[in-house]
Design a protein around this ligand. Structure first.
Ligand code: BGC
Length: 512
């Protein structure tokens, strides 16, 4: 049986309106929040592989790396907890910020949250660019993290609310596209700046993070508030005017009525956090936790954060490592486009499952390749050129699999399945879980590599298998379902219908 597959066509509700220029631009600018996130995901790996940076801040790692003997275990070269803290501290801060961002988003709207995020990010970037010691680096990274927590909380929700539901998938994925472009630009700049002869290239790499920050501040300043957010704050008149503008038609009564109804029932919910624990929100709660958890256990961030370190570990030279990271970063951005063009056609489930299978086989292949050359001792001898090509190609196909499945869907699906009454709280959980596991992977990757060696890839492959099974059995298709009608997909799902009763039965949106 095809798990919980539900044909969405039968439950489509046809709100009139088209994809207006205003809605498109709005989503486009908002998705720039993803640029900030992406730039930071991508920048630290290259910086931590630059010799001048290591020599200044992490002399022990630098020494170890430069005095490697053929008999040394290369799996452990970069195993240093302060070094990984430089990458991971950002995600811990993002975690804390996402808790506060939820209240700001609800009380003041999605835009101020994005603007605050942009400012924090800007200060963090400056602190990093002028860093004199490890602590300036880490505090800077934490400020960037606060910024990211704000942006990741507000942008996906904002885009889902503004986008016409028929294009919601594609428009929402612009957030992920922006993330991947951010990662790619970071890889590219690392490659360029690493060549600077004064050894200060890392300052430029880190300081450039200020550019997307300025872009989001300016962009969000001019964005309109989403109709849902205006209604949530009692500004119904303005909400209707905005809805007419973004839908490009005056025939918005039905959608407006549904938004107001959703908002009214959401206002009755006094404690969205507690409400989330109620039985009727069990499916949303499950996915708010499971999707980001699994997204991180695909192992993608091992590549995003540490591709240059990983490539160096398996014997590539400094430039080749940064170059290979750039290639995988490019694959990531290009493959995300595939998702944008297919998600509203093939649906979320198909992409999740295909991406999962692709990632699984690539991980097994990469594991075998590393095992074969490095064995258990981690000393490979001379590596032939074809070997490098095979590893880079394997990683590219793996990255593509992630980029059209778990990458974008990891943000899209949670943002569209939460009813308004618990939307901000549930999105906070989604961002928090994502950040906790991003932090954990960033912090322990080098230790895992040192101890699990090539088996690390089997570890992630195992989780990819588990998550694909989970999606197959439990995720209903949400393609083409208006966001305020989403409860229907749960009510008709073979497993979740036990939890979600029809609204008429008075059980779905009761007071808390
Ligand atoms: C994930 C990040 C990841 C990125 C890679 C995002 O969806 O949340 O953790 O680094 O995709 O493209």
């Amino acid at each position: 049986m095809a798990g919980g597959f539900i044909e969405s066509g039968s439950m489509e509700k046809n709100y009139p309106g088209k994809l207006t220029w205003r809605a498109f631009m709005t989503c486009f600018v908002a998705a720039f929040g993803g640029l900030i996130f992406g730039y930071d995901l991508g920048i630290s790996g290259g910086v931590t592989s630059m010799d001048s940076f290591l020599e200044k801040f992490f002399p022990k790692v630098y020494e170890k790396e430069n005095n490697i003997k053929p008999s040394d275990d290369q799996y452990c070269t970069f195993n240093n907890q302060t070094l990984t803290l430089f990458t991971s501290s950002l995600y811990l801060a993002a975690l804390v910020a996402s808790w506060f961002a939820s209240s700001i988003t609800r009380l003041f709207g999605r835009r101020p949250t994005m603007i605050i995020g942009g400012f924090l990010f800007l200060i963090g970037a400056l602190l990093n660019a002028f860093a004199q010691n490890v602590w300036m680096l880490i505090v800077g990274r934490m400020l960037l993290g606060f910024g990211i927590g704000c942006a990741n909380q507000s942008v996906p929700i904002y885009v889902s609310e503004v986008a016409p539901y028929k294009y919601r998938g594609a428009l929402n994925m612009m957030f992920q596209l922006a993330i991947t472009i951010g990662i790619f630009v970071a890889n590219l700049l690392n490659y360029i700046f690493a060549k600077m002869e004064n050894g200060e290239g890392w300052r430029y790499s880190l300081g450039f993070a200020g550019v997307p920050a300025i872009m989001i501040i300016i962009g969000a300043w001019f964005l309109p508030d989403s109709p849902s957010s205006l209604i949530e704050r009692g500004l119904d008149e303005n909400a209707k005017i905005e809805l007419i503008k973004i839908r490009g038609t005056t025939d918005v009564d039905e959608e407006f009525k549904d938004l107001v109804a959703a908002s009214e029932s959401s206002k009755k919910v006094k404690h969205p956090w507690l409400s989330l624990l109620k039985r009727q929100y069990r499916p949303q709660l499950t996915f708010a936790i499971a999707i980001p958890f699994f997204q991180q256990l695909t192992g993608m961030n091992v590549i995003v954060f540490y591709a240059p370190v990983l490539f160096k570990t398996i014997g590539f030279g400094a430039t080749a490592s940064l170059m290979s990271a750039m290639i995988t970063g490019g694959c990531n951005a290009l493959a995300t486009l595939v998702s944008i063009f297919t998600v509203d056609k093939f649906g979320r489930r198909t992409l999740f499952l295909e991406g999962g299978i692709q990632m699984f086989f690539c991980q097994i292949m990469i594991m075998i390749a590393i095992w074969w050359k490095f064995g258990v001792n981690g000393n490979p001898g001379i590596l032939p050129e074809w070997y490098a090509i095979v590893v880079v190609c394997g990683i590219c196909v793996y990255v593509a699999g992630f980029a059209w499945s778990w990458g974008p869907l990891g943000w899209l699906v949670p943002s569209e399945i939460f009813p308004l009454e618990v939307r901000s709280a549930a999105q906070s959980i989604n961002v928090s879980v994502n950040m906790i596991f991003t932090f954990i992977i960033a912090q322990i990757f080098t230790t895992m590599l040192c101890h699990m060696k090539f088996g690390l890839f089997a570890f992630f492959a195992f989780f990819v298998m588990v998550m694909s099974f989970f999606i197959w059995r439990l995720l209903p298709e949400t393609k083409g379902v208006p966001i305020e009608e989403m409860h229907i997909v749960w009510q008709s799902h073979p497993f979740w219908k036990k939890f979600v009763k029809p609204i008429d039965a008075g059980n779905n949106r009761e007071e808390c």
